[in-house]
Design a protein around this ligand. Structure first.
Ligand SMILES: Nc1ncnc2c1ncn2[C@@H]1O[C@H](COP(=O)(O)OP(=O)(O)OP(=O)(O)O)[C@@H](O)[C@H]1O
Length: 477
């Protein structure tokens, strides 16, 4: 019987699942949809061009071997890429691409059709000028090494790395990095600029904030030398414009930027833009600019999670030669959840207070100093808040914790929650039992005893409980 594409792909996934770690598997393989299997060609649909390139760069060997194992050595892989067409109500367009493990790349095929179809003759080019010596306006401290990667910024950081290796030579052009304040957009954009200068010293890199760009434009228009302004920008190889939301309603500046953008993009130069919103939500920008921003990759940034915040703090302390007790670092990382700039601000305040008062940094000082940063200083821990923490930690649905399911991981999560509720709240065994779908107090006693026994015999289990205890303690501070 002929196999369907779903069956083949399911079998491939079973193999891949054993080889690739859980997180990358979830990120890169789960979103793939098998579409078609015809003449030994398996077609899979991927959500974006970036996705396709990432798979081809990192997993081509694995995909090749797995698919050939299922379909024989003549097997081929093709991708169908969903292309964002800007209008949420329209059916997404798709583009077909060959997989490189089965088919040698031809330039014409690899060149994703995101380039300008009818190049506009550019009126601003100054013949003869090839290279410019400019001050890039980059902060040398903003590097990739000093930029911690986490789930919050992984796509943007990796795309940035790729761009700095091949500026203008990838489909991430423009690379638009967006997210709310203080999350590291400027740092990342400048890290790309610094890395380009390190890898390609001859490239002209320029960082400019949108506000400065607008002011320069106004100055040049007052003196009727707008063409000089546009010419200058058209000589740049890698142009980084920070905070493009400030272009909103600056119509004339947008016209000039449009000319610069087109020229640079057509000449294979790289554009990196940052914004506090996704291009689709940027009000006050001309549609022709917005549609060009969608040509490349838009990567968002989120607030780093607790572990990433810890890493950022530890790196900043190491770079500045500072030390402080781990519990204090945890306290800061746990309680500052607004943005990375505030996280740094909290660290600096703490150091300043410590040296001013000639007092060692300890938890007590941290609590006092960070009062202005931390919303509530002492929180009451409830059975519900512990249930929520445990569910998040083990990725278990809340209602399962209350039901009578006998699945091992649910039973253990439930027992640990009861144990923590007993240790951290003043509730009676009866009340705790009632919070778990009306169980009686003997079940709670039994659960607490089981947790204690398992902690003595199972290291992983013990580590999980200790980590959860720390989380509850931190939440109570
Ligand atoms: N992942 C990270 N690793 C290390 N430092 C970071 C990280 N993210 C942000 N920072 C630091 O946080 C501070 C704020 O970052 P940055 O100025 O780049 O934010 P932003 O998103 O551009 O903010 P705004 O929207 O206000 O312009 C900087 O000092 C930066 O070095």
């Amino acid at each position: 019987m002929n196999k369907t594409c779903e069956q083949v792909w399911e079998r491939c996934l079973n193999i891949i699942r054993d080889i690739v770690e859980w997180q990358p598997f979830k990120t890169w393989f789960e979103p793939i949809k098998p579409i078609q299997l015809e003449n030994n060609v398996l077609t899979i649909q991927v959500p974006s061009q970036f996705f396709y390139e990432y798979l081809e760069e990192h997993y081509v060997g694995l995909l090749g071997k797995t698919i050939k194992r299922e379909l024989g050595k003549e097997a081929r892989l093709e991708y169908r890429i969903v292309v964002e067409n800007g209008t949420p109500h329209q059916h997404p367009k798709t583009v077909n691409m060959p997989g490189q493990f089965t088919k040698a790349k031809k330039d014409s095929e690899v060149d994703f059709p995101l380039t300008i179809q009818n190049p506009v003759k550019n009126p601003f080019v100054i013949p003869g000028i090839k290279r410019v010596q400019i001050d890039s306006q980059l902060n040398p401290h903003y590097t990739f090494d000093a930029y911690i990667e986490g789930d919050c910024n992984r796509v943007a950081r990796r795309a940035g790395k790729t761009v700095s290796e091949k500026p203008g030579g990838t489909s991430f052009n423009p690379l638009v990095i967006y997210g709310s304040v203080g999350l590291g957009k400027t740092h990342l954009a400048q890290a790309i600029g610094n890395e380009v200068k390190r890898l390609h010293p001859n490239k002209a890199v320029l960082y400019v904030s949108a506000e400065k760009f607008i002011n320069q434009f106004i100055d040049h228009s007052k003196n009727s030398i707008i063409n000089d302004f546009i010419h200058f920008y058209q000589l740049i190889d890698v142009l980084i414009v920070d905070d493009i939301q400030f272009f909103a309603r600056a119509e004339k500046t947008q016209d000039a930027f449009f000319a610069i953008f087109n020229h640079l993009h057509q000449s294979g130069k790289q554009l990196i833009l940052t914004s506090d919103k996704s291009p689709k939500d940027l009000d006050g920008l001309q549609e022709r600019l917005l549609s060009r921003f969608r040509w490349g990759l838009s990567a968002d940034m989120q607030m780093p999670d607790f572990e990433t915040r810890m890493e950022i703090l530890e790196m900043k302390m190491k770079n500045d030669g500072l030390e402080m007790p781990k519990e204090v670092v945890k306290y800061v990382a746990y309680n500052i959840q607004s943005n990375v700039r505030e996280l740094e601000g909290a660290l600096i305040s703490l150091l300043a207070q410590s040296s001013l008062n000639r007092k060692e940094i300890d938890l007590e000082l941290a609590k006092r100093v960070l009062k202005s940063f931390v919303k509530t200083s002492s929180k009451e821990i409830t059975i519900e808040s512990i249930q929520k923490m445990v569910c998040e930690y083990f990725d278990v649905p809340y209602d399962k914790l209350l039901q009578k399911t006998r699945k091992r991981e649910i039973v253990q999560a439930r027992q640990i929650t009861m144990y923590l509720a007993k240790s951290f709240t003043k509730n009676s065994l009866k009340t705790i039992g009632e919070h778990f779908g009306g169980r009686d107090h003997t079940t709670v006693i039994h659960s607490c005893q089981t947790v204690k026994d398992l902690m003595d015999t199972d290291n992983t289990f013990r580590d999980n409980v200790i980590e959860l205890q720390q989380k509850v303690q931190l939440a109570a501070m």
